[in-house]
Design a protein around this ligand. Structure first.
Ligand SMILES: [Zn+2]
Length: 619
């Protein structure tokens, strides 16, 4: 139920303008919705979570705002939904209105066209999602940490919200929401909204997200989810088995918020909680507002992988507050976020660590650029006709970050920081596309401080493939030392036992493993393993780098550990490169297939899709 006055006040206090000039943006190719005619500004969900049938079932009510007169239809995005009926609210009553669900398109799903009687202000769609919904994963008890109860969660980015919500699924528009969610009494739902830490005995929950967000940030999860407060603004939600470890690992989250506020202005989402998911979560994290979804693979015991939290938190400014208007503009989300993430890491963990993380990311990008089609190395990438998930390479992230580092270098940190803070303020609770950004940076940075950077340089960064010649090339002094020790061992000048690894951080280990010669002998690999027990490393990033190298060198010693790793982890970044490397060698195909047969049922539909495609490509 909506409280009109409270909602109105909330909207005034956060000071946003509804549907900030959608017309000025490039058309979002990935939506069918007619958001330039009529905008759904608020939705009310009423959904049952059914673990038996793996379905969400109920209704979504849209509150509409018309952009001009004479609009007769509302067009929503859907994918694999069963639509039961649609009602319109007129003269105080709900009555049926007609609708048409179009044929399914492989990328965009099915267009749902609803007839609007006399510009009605409210429309309600009764529907259910299907078990195969691309944006939902249903886990059986054995796939959870506790092994006793099932778990489900959503992943709506990029265009998967439509697989569980009939909605205008475009990041050009924003919507606030409230939700009544019903579930079994022994399972607790949670959403990217205000969450009450209390467990409800009757299984009925109410959520409210008063701030308008793009639809890809609407999120839900349910399971044996418990709560532990960490600080005034932060808490962990997770299965009880992971609660303490997660709270210890991520105890610096409040310090990260404080550091970011100092640089870029107020955190505008009240609380910042973390939901720790089971290991099959296909991503590192998902920046769902107020409640980031986090992979448990970063709980390393030594905070070595917490840059992921800095990243998801940074999205509270870049992405969630200022959003890419279309999926072509993803770099405006991820490039800015990668840059802000690294600045947070520098503030909280010091310069050495921040620079090591830059250097590792830069090295990773350079390797990726070799394999990517040239057109996909452009920041303002063309993705018409393709699934926007294809745009998620290192390009929007690390190339975007390098562009911002380049600007920081040229203008100086003070000037660039105040530009960025102003940018977040000027576009808060709105969307922006690459064209509008180019205009904005020209007026507010380039022209204001003339002689530092030309618009030709800006355009080269944004519209040309690969890295410009003037790109920053982050290098770390700490890594230079690691390299010296490595060379000395490889040329037999130093014994392995004399390499001073005792105080190496995870970053130094990653650099070391990633920079070993591509043709390193099995003898040397096994020597390293005997000395440092790398195959059994409990750090998932180190294990990943080590396993990958050994696959490439055909070292069978790792096979048992490799199978175990790939079956228990579903995070795409960690497993997809392993499958790719395995499938490079024809003789390993049946071994790989055997692992995949066991692992696949535990993977998210997105991970399954990516890996299925690898097997087909290598046939
Ligand atoms: Zn991100």
């Amino acid at each position: 139920m909506i409280k009109p006055l409270a909602r109105l006040l909330a909207l005034i206090s956060i000071g946003f303008t509804i549907s900030a000039n959608a017309e000025k943006f490039e058309k979002d190719w990935h939506t069918y919705s007619n958001y330039t005619d009529v905008v759904s500004t608020h939705v009310v969900l009423d959904l049952d979570i059914n673990f038996e049938t793996k379905q969400l079932k109920g209704s979504i009510e849209h509150h509409l705002e018309y952009k001009h007169k004479g609009v007769q239809t509302l067009i929503l995005d859907t994918r694999d939904l069963d639509i039961h009926k649609v009602e319109a609210f007129r003269a105080g009553v709900w009555s049926d209105t007609s609708f048409k669900l179009a044929e399914r398109d492989d990328v965009k799903g099915s267009k749902l066209t609803i007839v609007l009687p006399r510009m009605t202000k409210r429309v309600k769609v009764h529907y259910n999602s299907r078990p195969e919904a691309s944006g939902l994963q249903w886990l059986s008890p054995v796939q959870t940490a506790g092994k006793k109860l099932p778990f489900m969660f959503s992943q709506s980015q990029a265009i998967h919200a439509r697989s569980w919500l009939p909605i205008q699924d475009t990041p050009a528009m924003r919507v606030s929401y409230e939700a009544k969610i019903h579930t079994a009494k022994n399972l607790r739902p949670i959403m990217s909204a205000k969450n009450d830490p209390k467990w409800n005995e009757n299984g009925d929950y109410y959520f409210e997200m008063p701030q308008p967000i793009p639809t890809y940030l609407i999120a839900i999860a349910a399971g044996n989810i418990h709560y532990k407060k960490m600080s005034k603004q932060t808490a962990i939600y997770s299965e009880p088995e992971l609660l303490d470890a997660a709270a210890a690992e991520f105890e610096d989250t409040q310090a990260m918020i404080d550091a970011t506020e100092k640089m870029y202005g107020k955190y505008r989402w009240t609380d910042y909680d973390l939901l720790i998911l089971p290991p099959s979560f296909p991503f590192g994290g998902m920046e769902n507002p107020r409640l980031s979804f986090i992979t448990p693979t970063v709980i390393a015991g030594d905070k070595s992988l917490v840059s992921l939290i800095a990243h998801e938190l940074a999205h509270s400014w870049s992405g969630n507050l200022v959003t890419n208007a279309t999926w072509r503009d993803l770099w405006l989300n991820e490039g800015f976020t990668s840059y802000v993430e690294n600045r947070i890491m520098e503030e909280v963990f010091g310069k050495d660590r921040a620079v090591m993380e830059q250097a590792l990311a830069y090295q990773g990008l350079k390797e990726e650029l070799v394999d990517l089609p040239k057109a996909d190395t452009i920041l303002h990438v063309v993705i018409e006709g393709r699934d926007p998930d294809d745009a998620f390479s290192g390009v929007p992230y690390t190339k975007g970050q390098l562009f911002l580092m380049f600007l920081e270098e040229r203008f100086g940190r003070d000037v660039f920081d105040s530009f960025l803070k102003q940018y977040f303020d000027d576009h808060a609770f709105g969307s922006i596309d690459t064209r509008s950004f180019t205009k904005y940076i020209k007026t507010n940075l380039i022209d204001k401080h003339s002689g530092k950077v030309s618009m030709a340089e800006v355009k080269e960064w944004i519209t040309e493939p690969m890295l410009p010649a003037n790109s920053p090339r982050p290098t770390s002094d700490v890594f230079t030392k690691v390299k010296t020790h490595m060379s000395s061992w490889l040329s037999n000048d130093t014994k392995l036992s004399k390499v001073p690894t005792k105080n190496w951080t995870v970053h130094e280990w990653l650099f070391f493993i990633n920079n070993l010669p591509k043709d390193i002998s099995l003898k040397r690999l096994n020597q390293l393993d005997t000395q440092f027990n790398l195959t059994q490393s409990t750090n998932n990033e180190i294990a990943h780098a080590w396993l990958l190298l050994n696959i490439k060198r055909n070292n069978p010693v790792i096979n048992t550990r490799l199978a175990d790793y790939m079956i228990t982890i579903g995070r795409r970044k960690l497993i997809v490169p392993l499958y790719k490397a395995l499938l490079e060698t024809e003789s390993k195909r049946s071994f790989t297939q055997e692992i995949y047969n066991k692992a696949r049922p535990g993977y998210h539909p997105l991970a399954q899709g990516t890996i299925d495609a690898l097997f087909v490509a290598k046939k």
